[in-house]
Design a protein around this ligand. Structure first.
Ligand code: HEC
Length: 468
């Protein structure tokens, strides 16, 4: 039996070299200091594996069409195994986002993006940052698949934010939605990204670079030299550190599995027109800081919003990407890197502050907006006939009737406005809505008319109020 075993092993090794690859992968030595913290990367890998196994199984039972998607998800939820797999997929993805960001934070604060003895590790750093971004895009695209009220409203909100970017807004919005508003094209687009393009990007931009880096094998040796020069204790990667990584990955997996069983995986009502009526979506936790920024003046206006939704994230990630190339300070301890420490602290405190701010504002904002009855409607001032007539002209000139109909005439892209003045009699509401529709109707896909003159907005609002 021994001989046979050895024969089979040799046969496989001869043709694949898999044993050699494995020895290379686990070769090298690691410093023992902070070793437990350096286990999150492999845990991310295990979580990605969980997604890659549960995702295709779920997709077998899922239909990406607005008419069928919700019902297929309901059917999956009714089956105990389906419920478990969907839970695993959901909670593992959330955990992945958190761990990917924690990994980047650790690499940042312990200067792991810096070269050791002239051996560059920038590729590992960049792969980790790309992983945080991809995990977010996976989450955003996956969120729409159940086609429940929250999915559709969230897609509207994201498209609205994209649509407000200067100059390119309309193109971006069209790219995101696949058509003028959230619908079947949006679902097939996001589904295609989620199950096809993004996994390929993950392999190409994160998996392959990390594998190649690992197989190169020499960094570890170099690390030992520089670390032992600093008098740090080290140990062989295999089996000590590998065991540590497996323990952490196992614990995280068990927590995720526990949540899949015990916590209800979110699923709201189906996204029918009736269910969406008057529905307000709470921002999802992973986009909360960004949404919180759009509530702070002056960023709550169409003109300045892209500063925080577009420029700021671009700048932040631009700096992070470039870090290994621009940070020439050879020190590794955060105490001897004042600029990096300030940048890191600012980012972390900024995030924590935004979460706190968002928590407070959403808490008071959302239930009030959703409450039946709502605040008492103030008596509307009677608009002048001239202003109403001017508004009616503008209504045609601005092409509002492409989407809206009045008295049965006009487009179908937006709600019928025959009784717009009964629905929202307040002048201030109409003006604010025209300036920035999603400030009044979260997730609104109506274009903003903030570029109009105040007098024009007043006239349009008067005309709207006159429609009883
Ligand atoms: C691209 C399509 C589109 C265009 C163009 C458009 N709207 Fe809208 N409009 C919508 C959508 C979608 C909604 C529903 C979401 C909302 O209430 O913001 C809406 C909602 C409204 C509402 C609120 C209806 C209600 O009482 O619930 C008013 C009023 C309105 N639009 C007026 C206008 C005016 C005035 C113009 C032209 C200056 C205009 N719209 C141009 C798509 C459009």
């Amino acid at each position: 039996v021994r001989r046979l075993q050895r024969g089979v092993a040799a046969w496989i090794e001869d043709r694949t070299g898999i044993g050699y690859l494995w020895r290379r992968m686990v070769s090298g030595t690691n410093p023992t200091q902070g070793a437990w913290l350096r286990t999150t990367g492999v845990t991310c890998l295990v979580l990605i594996l969980v997604e890659c196994i549960t995702g295709p199984i779920l997709s077998v039972y899922y239909t990406p069409s607005p008419n069928a998607a919700y019902r297929t998800i309901e059917a999956i939820e009714q089956n105990p195994l389906g419920h478990f797999l969907r839970g695993l997929h959901h909670w593992a993805s959330a955990t992945l986002i958190i761990l990917a960001f924690l990994t980047v934070a650790r690499m940042f604060f312990t200067a792991e993006y810096k070269a050791v003895d002239g051996r560059r590790r920038d590729i590992v750093w960049i792969a980790a940052i790309v992983l945080t971004q991809l995990s977010l895009v996976f989450q955003l695209t996956g969120h729409v698949l159940p086609w429940d009220t929250n999915a559709v409203k969230t897609a509207d909100v994201e498209a609205g934010i994209g649509g407000n970017v200067w100059v390119f807004g309309p193109i971006i919005k069209r790219l995101i939605l696949g058509s003028a508003s959230t619908g079947a094209a949006t679902l097939s687009r996001w589904h295609g990204l989620h199950v096809g393009l993004l996994p390929l990007l993950l392999i190409a931009l994160v998996g392959l670079p990390l594998l190649a880096h690992r197989l190169r094998g020499e960094d570890k040796v170099a690390e030992v030299r520089s670390d032992s020069a600093e008098g740090l204790a080290t140990e062989p990667y295999y089996p000590y550190h590998l065991a540590r990584e497996m323990v952490v990955a196992l614990v995280v997996f068990l927590v995720v599995a526990g949540m899949a069983i015990l916590v209800r995986t979110p699923l709201e009502k189906e996204a029918t027109a009736a269910n969406l009526e008057g529905y307000t979506a709470m921002s999802e936790w992973y986009v909360l800081p960004l949404h919180a920024l759009t509530l702070i003046p002056p960023f709550n206006t169409v003109k300045f919003e892209p500063i925080v939704t577009f420029l700021l994230p671009m700048a932040l990630f631009g700096v992070l990407f470039a870090l290994p190339f621009i940070d020439r300070n050879p020190a590794r301890s955060i105490r001897r890197r004042p600029a990096a420490a300030a940048f890191g602290a600012l980012t972390v405190f900024g995030l924590v502050g935004l979460y706190g701010f968002a928590y407070l504002t959403e808490k008071e904002h959302v239930p009030a907006a959703n409450a039946p009855g709502g605040p008492a409607v103030p008596a509307a001032a009677v608009p002048s006939a001239a202003s109403v007539a001017a508004g009616e002209k503008l209504y045609k000139a601005q092409g509002c009737d492409a989407c809206h109909s009045i008295g049965g005439k006009g487009g179908q892209g937006g709600p019928d406005l025959s009784h717009a003045g009964t629905q929202h009699p307040e002048h201030a509401w109409q003006v604010a809505h025209l300036k920035k529709p999603d400030s009044k109707v979260p997730g609104s896909t109506m274009p903003a008319y903030g570029q109009l003159k105040p007098a024009e907005l007043d006239a349009l609002a008067d005309y709207m109020q006159s429609l009883k």
